[in-house]
Design a protein around this ligand. Structure first.
Ligand SMILES: [Cu+2]
Length: 268
């Protein structure tokens, strides 16, 4: 029985570790400026936790076999625990947890709390059950006003985000269902939600942030590779959550300008 336990525990350990080491299921290639740092932090966390996980499981299997019941086994000893050991692994776990968080927090915080640089592309993302809308402020660089009373999700587009079309600043606002971004230019993102909490997740851009009703959350990042990237909602937000999906198209600055000009022309 001891040997069977050892084999089962070790097999589970190797099988579950294999998928991480072989990267069978892994994040898509990163296409944003912070991807290198985030992936490094991700790998460091996985390697550290992996070593601890494997060591603990190997010891568990070994000890289950080593102290299996045998005819010569002495009577079972009752243990009252070991205060020193408890302290050591609690402190080590705390150091690892807090340390990894502190290491990762600099980039996380700078993306959210620092101001985006001058010349960043402004995009407002609105999440609603069950779609994403993207708004560009247009040539005036100012978003027009929106209001809850004007929101009509069933109408889509400008009406869905509640754009106040009588506001002069709203005249050139462009609202779309696909997000276009120019490559290698910083994006100043404002994230909001109409109804419940959604989460704007673009795995390729290593970008995930909750959209919370009543809050306007700022983030900035820079896409670094032209391509089409999938957006998913990463917060269970209702029956249609599974289809709350969209695309980010990262294009050249020229293509972006052309696309935006065409949307502006459609509004005239
Ligand atoms: Cu959602």
């Amino acid at each position: 029985m001891g040997l069977a336990l050892l084999v089962v525990i070790w097999l589970i350990t190797f099988a579950s570790t294999y998928f991480f080491v072989a990267k069978t299921w892994w994040l898509p290639v990163g296409a944003a400026d912070a991807a290198g740092f985030i992936d490094g932090q991700f790998a460091l966390t996985f390697v550290l936790m992996g070593i601890i996980f494997v060591a603990a499981q190997l010891s568990l299997g070994y000890l289950a076999w080593r102290y299996r019941e045998q005819p010569s086994s002495p009577p079972v000893d009752y243990s009252h625990g070991n205060m020193k050991l408890e302290l050591v692994w609690t402190v080590l776990t705390t150091v690892l947890f807090v340390g990894l968080n502190l290491m990762g927090s600099s980039v996380w915080a700078s993306q959210r709390f620092d101001q985006a640089g001058a010349g960043a592309v402004q995009v407002e993302v609105t999440g609603m059950q069950f779609a994403w809308y993207f708004r560009y402020p247009g040539p005036d660089g100012r978003y027009g006003g929106t209001s809850v009373q004007l929101m009509d999700p069933s109408a889509g587009g400008e009406a869905a985000v509640g754009l106040n079309t009588s506001d002069p600043a709203a005249k050139d606002d462009v609202v779309t269902g696909t997000m276009y971004l120019p490559v290698d230019r910083e994006v100043d993102l404002s994230l909001r939600s109409v109804d419940v909490i959604h989460s704007f997740f673009v795995p390729s851009l290593r970008f995930k942030q909750d959209a919370v009703p009543g809050l306007n959350i700022h983030m900035h990042f820079k896409p670094t590779a032209i391509g089409d990237y999938e957006i998913a909602c990463a917060e269970l937000c209702g029956l249609g959550h599974y289809k709350m999906h969209g695309m980010v198209k990262v294009v050249s600055q020229g293509d972006f300008d052309k696309w935006l000009a065409a949307r502006e022309a459609e509004k005239q």
